[in-house]
Design a protein around this ligand. Structure first.
Ligand code: PGA
Length: 243
């Protein structure tokens, strides 16, 4: 099963118009489509897709590391689960930029499992780390801090490799780099956790770059920001995953 995930971030999307133009008929049932709208639209989107697009699952763009209580402005995993959410992005670089630290991300993963949500853990180096040849060090650090303390993991998890310099830049990474990092992540997770997981890529995926990126062994899907706002473009990315 491959995953195609839309992260709509803080963008306005007309749900009905988007769904009308997103033609699921042409998309293989082997592809799990997940849409992550803003929190306020989740309920409406869930109700609509239940009627018309049952193959689409709903994801949240983040969740609280706490389960309940006096945490102003936070949304818990349980609340998300109650309104139809099945997945949650955890540790997106745009959330890390706002002060989310490694310990919080670890707690968020734990909370996601506890609430029966499938987490999509985002990891990746920035431009400076890349140019200094520190990609491996950064990936190891993030996996060690964010994921490996969760031993005996039996739940589903997706890991999204998202190099920060590729996000929103219009330039996806080269396949050689993606291949190397994908092998690195697979080896590290196998050695440290021994669990199965799905590895996906994110960062300037569009219908053009997807054709090439989909050829990389071990990449089983995409996390798509900007290009997912256009339903036709998003559907074309799905076609690349069927190659
Ligand atoms: P992008 O965003 O596709 O616009 O580069 C990807 C992401 O932030 O997950």
């Amino acid at each position: 099963m491959k995953h195609l995930i839309a992260n709509w971030k803080m963008n306005f999307v007309n749900l009905d118009a988007w769904l009308k133009d997103f033609d699921l008929n042409n998309i293989s049932e082997e592809i799990q489509v997940v849409i992550c709208p803003n929190y306020l639209d989740i309920k409406d989107f869930y109700k609509t897709t239940l009627k018309t697009h049952q193959q689409i699952s709903i994801g949240a763009q983040n969740l609280s590391s706490e389960t309940e209580g006096a945490f102003t402005c936070q949304i818990s995993g349980k609340m998300l689960k109650n309104i139809g959410v099945s997945y949650s992005i955890v540790g997106h670089s745009e959330s890390r930029l706002q002060g989310e630290d490694d310990e919080t991300i670890l707690n968020k993963l734990q909370t996601a499992f506890h609430c029966d949500l499938i987490p999509i853990l985002c990891i990746g180096e920035d431009q400076h780390e890349y140019s200094k040849g520190r990609t491996e060090k950064k990936i190891k650090h993030q996996l060690t801090e964010n994921l490996f303390p969760l031993q005996n993991l039996s739940n589903n998890i997706l890991i999204a490799y998202e190099p920060i310099y590729a996000i929103g830049s219009g330039i996806a990474v080269q396949n050689e780099h993606l291949e190397e990092v994908s092998l690195l992540i697979k080896d590290l997770v196998r050695e440290n956790l021994g669990t199965d997981f799905t590895l996906i890529y994110g960062g300037s995926v569009n219908s053009e770059s997807a054709k090439n990126l989909a050829k990389v062994d071990g990449i089983d899907g995409f996390l798509v920001g900007n290009a997912s706002l256009d339903p036709k473009e998003f559907a074309n990315i799905a076609l690349s995953l069927e190659q």
